[in-house]
Design a protein around this ligand. Structure first.
Ligand code: GRG
Length: 286
């Protein structure tokens, strides 16, 4: 199958499943369900759930067997975006070119919509245990891992470091560490989830973890570059792109993507889709 079609198909699968899993806008209390749906269907690329599905397919599993966990991860990602945009955090009026959640629903509802998506994300991951061929133990492992990957040692901690970062100098090592926590951790978990649900062996999980860390880190550096190149946006804090420039950032991303693809060697041709995703992330324009 051609890769563009693969992305489209997976995105459609995910959108359809999310629509089915989320309460309808009419359901009471309507305002919270409207706010949740506003951000979940606000134009996200679905990279994280696509990674979960693609990793499961590497092990011969079908979309249906891991789609709930994949959607759960997307809900947790959406929660983090809503909270990230809040006036008390990044104070962003726009997300994906549209008014951010709090601009439409007010701060209190946006905060609660984020909370609701976080809870629903965990709920969906647990509900993946309804699938017959999925081992209950793998769901427990996922819950343990997601709590770690979005907790204070990872996503949440990275966000704290990010917002407390003053304009003073931060070393490259510390900046990379912050990106690993804030962004790469959830991306890496998305891949681990597909692998764990598919019963991956230790050696396979290690290789996929390396792939996840490298594409995750590149993802954030590319995000910084897009802020500068497309949106002419000054985030007001040191980023890889504004500290080291576009040329160096680009070549670092190329190196990371190559390393990510190299770590898939043990899977031979079977990992072609994951290699294509890595190239797609490097070339992305949004
Ligand atoms: C985990 C409890 C807990 C709190 C979270 C708010 C917060 C604390 C973290 C925010 C972290 C954050 C926003 C990281 C940025 C990651 C990033 C580059 C997001 C953009 O991802 P895309 O491009 O988004 O995949 P789309 O729009 O495609 O969905």
């Amino acid at each position: 199958m051609n890769f563009k079609k693969f992305l489209e198909d997976k995105k459609n699968n995910i959108d359809k499943a999310l629509d089915e899993y989320l309460p309808s806008e009419e359901k009471s209390p309507s305002i919270i369900h409207k706010a949740m749906r506003y951000s979940v269907f606000g134009g996200g690329k679905r990279i994280r759930p696509i990674l979960t599905l693609a990793t499961a397919e590497l092990f011969g599993k079908d979309t249906e067997s891991v789609i709930k966990a994949a959607c759960g991860i997307e809900l947790i990602h959406t929660f983090s975006l809503i909270h990230d945009d809040l006036p008390s955090i990044d104070n962003d009026d726009f997300r994906r070119g549209k008014p951010s959640n709090h601009k439409v629903f007010g701060e209190a509802i946006a905060l609660l919509a984020g909370d609701a998506l976080l809870v629903s994300g965990f709920d969906l991951i647990i509900k993946n245990s309804d699938v017959k061929e999925i081992k209950k133990q793998s769901i427990l492992q996922l819950i343990k891992e997601i709590s770690f990957y979005i907790g204070t040692e990872n996503m949440l901690g990275g966000q704290v470091e990010d917002i407390t970062l003053k304009n003073e100098d931060i070393s490259k090592e510390d900046l990379v560490d912050l990106y690993m926590k804030k962004t790469a951790a959830l991306i890496c978990f998305s891949i681990r989830a597909g692998a764990i649900l598919s019963g991956a062996k230790k050696r396979q999980l290690k290789a996929l973890n390396k792939y996840g860390e490298n594409i995750g880190l590149a993802f954030q550096i590319i995000d910084d570059m897009l802020d500068i190149m497309q949106d002419q946006r000054d985030v007001g804090r040191p980023t890889y792109a504004n500290k080291y420039g576009i040329k160096e950032s680009k070549s670092e991303c190329e190196r990371l993507i190559k390393e990510a693809k190299d770590s898939l060697k043990i899977f031979d041709q079977n990992a072609e889709t994951l290699r294509n995703i890595a190239d797609y992330l490097l070339a992305r324009k949004r």
